[in-house]
Design a protein around this ligand. Structure first.
Ligand code: HEM
Length: 62
């Protein structure tokens, strides 16, 4: 996470996380808990089934 042309926050760049399924699930559940100080205002999605649907959808877009 934090690599690419987007201007990611220092918090995200310093996180040294790899965006695999488990990490993406944690990010979608509570971005602030996974990477304190990151810029994403979204509070998180508590419903695990909905998070799994989003992750499956994103994989279809590859
Ligand atoms: C698949 C779903 C999503 C993923 C993987 C994702 C991922 C990210 C990442 C990695 C960042 C950069 C954060 C940083 O640099 O600190 C970001 C920023 C942000 N995200 Fe998300 N996001 C998602 C959905 C959402 C949703 C649903 C919202 C709001 C409803 C949202 C709002 C924001 C905002 C406001 C920012 C900051 C943008 C800026 O720098 O101006 N995101 N997102």
């Amino acid at each position: 996470m934090g690599q690419g042309s987007y201007a990611f926050s220092d918090a995200l760049k310093a996180s040294a996380l790899t965006l695999d399924d488990a990490t993406l699930d944690k990010w979608l559940e509570n971005p602030r808990a996974l990477v304190p100080g990151n810029r994403m205002s979204f509070p998180g999605l508590k419903d695990a089934a909905k998070r799994a649907e989003i992750i499956a959808y994103l994989k279809q877009q590859r």
